[in-house]
Design a protein around this ligand. Structure first.
Ligand code: ADP
Length: 376
């Protein structure tokens, strides 16, 4: 008969990939017995139909059968109770903190990534306005243009020039009042350097923007993600465990389907979803009549599907967007268009619902996941 501590030692090489720790230290092994050539295990998962269940079971089987005298492995799955789940959450959070890559972004900065399923839905326009709006409210705000090759933030903010480095070789962001901006567009305007950068993996570029930039103490960091679900989106939770996501969609049902992929990706990577913004929702005439030019319902459908709030519905701007595209963001324009008014409401909504993290020392990311799990 094999001693339990030897069995446990083998089992401690089985990792729960989502929680980033081994199943023994997570307290998932509730009972273990070895009789004849069979090992019987009681395995407690966070929820019984945990998506990682098959993978964990296969791994347990594989690892234990490496031992002499083990031919059968019988696993009984149970679901953890609330107390166990809380304990696991604590351990997993601690792990997440220990394993997080050192970035130059303070753990108390509220990081809001803004994503979309496809281009052209107004993601950069809204990112620029939200970041600027929060900065104008007095919050120290960073705006990271993570759309490495499709950058448009410098143009949307009407800024140009090259950012410089300090004596520690950290990049100094372009600063407008309380807003600090980093974009590939501020590093290179020259094709040759652009080509050099193109050789880098996109996630590496994001990592540089997080580690080699002198962000200092920020209340908010707004990240304008490239459209879709590529490298950068995947790298985000690894690099910045405190990142959370807002998804932008337009009202068409098809657009909402594409946006669903981004939200799904976020869930899989444990990036909490903060809410949905529906852009280009409707056109409002001078007389206040509303026309649903691009259909309707996309924003609501997405928010219902993921159980997250619809943070705003931004109407189609008429002429104002030409001015916006050439460097005067909507919230800085004199014309009080309905689009501007709705964007201002959205910014207020964000500042109220997602206030800066003042005193949170841990990410809260897994806490939210577990809250969700325990509500299921
Ligand atoms: P994305 O970042 O999703 O590719 P952009 O922010 O570059 O999209 O916006 C695409 C185009 O749509 C731009 O010309 C922009 O001015 C315009 N646009 C964005 N939001 C609106 C809106 N609410 N009304 C009218 N035009 C808009």
């Amino acid at each position: 008969m094999i001693q339990n501590d030897i069995l446990l030692k083998h089992l401690s090489t089985v990792f729960d990939p989502e929680l980033g720790a081994n199943i023994v230290e997570l307290g998932m092994i509730k009972d273990i017995q070895h009789t004849d050539k069979t090992v019987k295990i009681k395995l407690a998962l966070t929820i019984a139909d945990c998506p990682m269940r098959n993978q964990i079971e296969t791994e347990i089987n594989r690892k234990l059968k490496l031992l002499e005298n083990v031919e059968n492995v019988e696993i009984t799955i149970t679901a953890m109770d609330q107390k166990d789940r809380t304990a696991v959450m604590e351990k997993a959070r601690k792990k997440a903190r220990e394993n997080a890559q050192p970035t130059n972004v303070d753990p108390r900065t509220r990081v809001i990534a803004i994503g979309s399923g496809k281009g052209g839905v107004g993601k950069s326009t809204l990112s620029a306005n939200i970041a600027l709006g929060l900065a104008k409210k007095g919050f120290q705000t960073g705006l990271l243009d993570a759309d490495i090759w499709g950058f448009s933030i410098p143009r949307l903010l009407g800024i140009s020039g090259r950012i410089e480095a300090n004596s520690d070789k950290k990049m100094i962001p372009y600063t407008i009042g309380n807003l600090k901006v980093i974009s590939t567009g501020l590093i290179t305007s020259n094709e040759d350097t652009a080509l050099m950068w193109r050789g880098l993996m996109l996630s590496k570029a994001l990592e540089q923007f997080l580690t080699d930039v002198q962000w200092e103490d920020l209340d908010y960091l707004i990240i304008d993600l490239p459209p879709g679900t590529g490298d950068i989106q995947m790298a985000l939770s690894r690099l910045l465990p405190q990142a959370e996501l807002i998804v932008i969609t337009t009202p068409q049902l098809m657009a909402q389907k594409v946006a669903t992929r981004v939200a799904d990706m976020a869930k899989r990577s444990f990036i909490p979803l903060l809410g949905v913004i529906e852009n280009m929702s409707y056109f409002e005439s001078n007389t206040g009549e509303k026309f649903n030019i691009f259909g309707e319902g996309g924003g609501e459908a997405l928010s219902d599907k993921f159980g997250i709030p619809l943070l705003g519905k931004i109407p189609i701007g008429e002429n104002t967007n030409d001015i916006a595209d050439s460097g005067t963001p909507l919230i800085n324009q004199e014309n009080n268009s309905v689009t501007k008014v709705e964007i201002e409401k959205l910014i207020n909504n964000i500042a109220i619902k997602l206030p800066p993290i003042i005193d949170e020392t841990c990410t809260g990311r897994l806490a939210k996941v577990f809250e969700e799990l325990s509500n299921q």
